[in-house]
Design a protein around this ligand. Structure first.
Ligand SMILES: Nc1ncnc2c1ncn2[C@@H]1O[C@H](COP(=O)(O)OP(=O)(O)OP(=O)(O)O)[C@@H](O)[C@H]1O
Length: 222
């Protein structure tokens, strides 16, 4: 489902060159739940951004859901990203001025063939699956951290993506809320067959996934 072949990323400025990723080879089969751990600055977010087609590698080949991705900044790639990938972030990234239901609907606005009625139905269904349909007319600041993250998960899954990319989804939550969010992700993976790649600093969360990849200084530790 995800294949990285000798992927490297080097950030260059006039004075300094930083190797954020160094020759990464990674195969994530369909239905796997992979976690990525490593110290600050080791390249975790860079790796997730490359898999999420948000950042271009300096070298190497990236294949996502059967497509070898070449032009990162193209319209076709944006469309592909919107159809195939769902994103979850540590700080939720909800839009405060929009009601919960409208936040969840957002990814569907980019899909021209989905009617307003269908958008609404799918968004309610996604909120139902994270147990928050009764909060759909609230605004994000009326929710707890765990609830905000569940809304963000509803937004990530509303378009039925094949892959979910989660960057420290439990990082801002206490252990009870963190485990609730983790239960939802595990269920999506188990019941829905969604492939998930999650960056985490929490060994307990990583232990609940199928496989752990450790990064150090841009390289994978064997
Ligand atoms: N836009 C950029 N320009 C220059 N260097 C960058 C840029 N983005 C990241 N880096 C560098 O690349 C390396 C990897 O960064 P990255 O954000 O992927 O690490 P991380 O493991 O996600 O860290 P953290 O756990 O602190 O979020 C770091 O040394 C960082 O300073």
């Amino acid at each position: 489902m995800i294949s990285l072949d000798q992927v490297s990323k080097v950030y260059r400025t006039k004075t300094i060159e930083t190797t954020a990723l160094n020759n990464i080879n990674l195969e994530v089969p369909k239905g796997e739940f992979l976690s990525i751990m490593g110290p600050s600055g080791c390249g975790k977010s860079t790796l997730l951004n490359i898999i999420g087609l948000l950042d271009e590698p300096s070298d190497g080949a990236v294949t996502i859901a059967g497509k070898q991705v070449q032009k990162y900044a193209s319209k076709a790639t944006s469309h592909f990203r919107n159809e195939k990938l769902g994103f979850i972030f540590q700080s939720f990234h909800l839009i405060p001025d929009l009601k919960v239901i409208d936040n969840v609907e957002l990814p569907l606005l980019y899909r021209k063939h989905v009617s307003a009625k269908e958008r609404r139905r799918l968004s309610e269904e996604a909120l139902e699956s994270v147990g928050l349909k009764n909060r759909m007319n609230h605004f994000p600041n009326q929710l707890s951290g765990g609830q905000k993250q569940r809304v963000a998960i509803a937004r990530a899954i509303v378009g039925k993506p094949e892959i979910i990319l989660a960057d420290e989804p439990t990082g801002n939550l206490d252990s009870v809320m963190g485990n609730e969010v983790m239960d939802i992700l595990l269920n999506l993976n188990k019941e829905g067959g969604t492939t998930i790649v999650m960056v985490t600093h929490d060994e307990n969360m990583a232990r609940r996934t199928h496989r752990l990849m450790r990064l150090y200084d841009g390289s994978q530790i064997k």
